[in-house]
Design a protein around this ligand. Sequence first.
Ligand SMILES: C[S@@+](CC[C@H](N)C(=O)[O-])C[C@H]1O[C@@H](n2cnc3c(N)ncnc32)[C@H](O)[C@@H]1O
Ligand code: SF4
Ligand code: SF4
Length: 434
Amino acid sequence: MVFDTFMFKDKTIIVNPKNASWVVTDSEARNLILSKKLKDMPLDARKAVKKSGIFSEDEFFDAKHDLILGILAVTKGCNLQCKYCYADAGIEKGSMHLSAAKKCIDFLTDSKFKRVTILFHGGEPSLMGKDWFKEILLYIELKRKKHKKKKINVRMQTNATLIDEEFAKLLANFGVKVGISIDGPPKINDRTRPFVNGSGASKSVLCGLSNLQKSRIHPGSIMVVSRLNFDKMKDCLKFFTSKGIDSVKIIGVSCLGRSAKNKEYQITPMQYYRAIKDATDFCLKSEKKITLTPVSYLIYNLISKDRSYMCLRSPCGAANSALAFDCEGNVYPCDDLIGKQQYVLGNVFKNDIAEVLGSKMAREFRKRTVSKIEGCKKCTWRNFCGGGCAGRVLLTYNTLNHSSDICAYYKNMFPYLIRLLYEDKEKVFEKLIK
Ligand SMILES: C[S@@+](CC[C@H](N)C(=O)[O-])C[C@H]1O[C@@H](n2cnc3c(N)ncnc32)[C@H](O)[C@@H]1O
Ligand code: SF4
Ligand code: SF4
């Protein structure tokens, strides 16, 4: 049994990387544990060490998840010109015909999966208009009637600028869950996410948010962390809570699409760590409860063996629990890869989901597990982080056999969260876990 150790103050974190378990000890207990002399420990301490599982011979394995997320990039167009947009949206036009969207929905809902989530994405999906969405949402209703035992969820990720009251009501009537994108207060968001003509979009975003809220849709937000906001988490989160947003997903800007050209927005993994840590600290002190992704899932992975969040799994969700679709019905392992012809797994007009998931490329993605990735094989955190986002790794290093592009963030974040759990587990649960 090989343990890894990390110090904080006078304490030691002892991790068994093979089965994803850990314990925090003082120096006396540490020495007894490392020399495997558990018998010499007081009974209570011995029980706690046993309960932690660090002496278990079991290896970590992830249970199968019977769900599929279908990400439909329904248009390549956009009314914004976000400085970092990985989809390079707004320049190339093209949108998904109703027949292609229905075929994607058949492809997903007629599959073996018992839980299906359809996510409208882009480009900016609301550009498709209310009539297009009404027809598609009615079609999904028919599918729900056909597959009564399945759970079919619908989501939309939008910049919110075009969501008027009528659009919001339509989405609410069909139970669509909505995520909006906003990078912080207008002084930040107007710089990173302007309209095509360069003017700030925040006013329209907030109007869209308010229309959604009036229709009883309470969107969570995606905040992209870039050079402009990585050190301003407190301001950003304060702003979000003041607007009634209580669920925030914080994504580090990837160096893809437009952000590969606009290098001034890029951040280092340690700057991302700082942003997530500051956000976590803010939420711990906040009166209002804010659900922070990925923090809540990093914590789940530390306290349970279930890996419900597909981006922190090994193999990750790509070509496994998730598939992405372009306007022509081509299928990709994840949305980062949309438009990259070399990664097309099949097409909804020609293939069924079994063929697509059985394709050579899909199998290559599912073979990417931490026990096989050169840089991850021996890492302490391999069964907690899952090796990072396969799509981003592939596009960054041109191979799947590479550790995450943000390793330094994981390697600092896990010890930090263990420390928080050790110091005040109840508070962490109360403030950071749903
Ligand atoms: C491509 S957009 C499509 C949906 C919609 N137009 C929107 O902005 O919400 C999906 C999400 O990806 C985020 N995003 C875009 N470029 C990114 C990048 N380079 N790195 C990380 N996230 C990015 C956006 O901020 C948005 O939250
Ligand atoms: S991130 Fe969304 S809103 Fe911004 S340019 Fe890309 S597709 Fe448009
Ligand atoms: S991605 Fe990085 S932090 Fe995660 S297991 Fe691999 S080497 Fe470790």
